[in-house]
Ligand binder design. Sequence first.
Ligand code: NAG
Ligand code: NAG
Length: 145
Amino acid sequence: MRLTILLTAALTPLAVLAAPVALGARGDKFCAKIFPAPGDAEVKNRHDKFVDAFLVKKDVALAFENIAPEYVNHNPFAQNGAAWALNFLKDIWGSQQITIRRTLYRNNTSWINYDGSWGTIIDRYRWEGGCIVEHWDSGETWPTS
Ligand SMILES: *[C@@H]1O[C@H](CO)[C@@H](O)[C@H](O)[C@H]1NC(C)=O
Ligand SMILES: *[C@@H]1O[C@H](CO)[C@@H](O)[C@H](O)[C@H]1NC(C)=O
């Protein structure tokens, strides 16, 4: 009995990793990391698609196809995981008035700077295996070098 529980616990992460895309309760698609990781040009291309979906189309589900399910969110009021963030944003994001100031992708890190109803925001993302895996938005500054 105890062995079964241990094995189940040990195998669960493998099952998650093996899934080509993670399907949420509503059939949402998140990003499956690729090993070896795609090159810098492809990750930049994904960053461009993320920016277009998130800030131009304001289509959160489409944007989140670039976010890994295990995404770590450093916003103190947010929980980790793409599903939590998608659920939080899905009904409020589409009606946001967004003005893009600038965006940047460099070396698995991307920044977006925009004006929205929460003021002027700078989000920073870390990419791994071609997916966004980590996000910061508290006191972020634009890179100067
Ligand atoms: C790219 O990022 C890695 C890890 O964050 C860092 O070690 C490396 O110095 C960076 N390379 C450049 C060219 O900035
Ligand atoms: C980006 O991260 C991947 C791992 O996801 C790594 O293989 C690659 O070398 C990194 N790219 C740069 C430019 O450092």
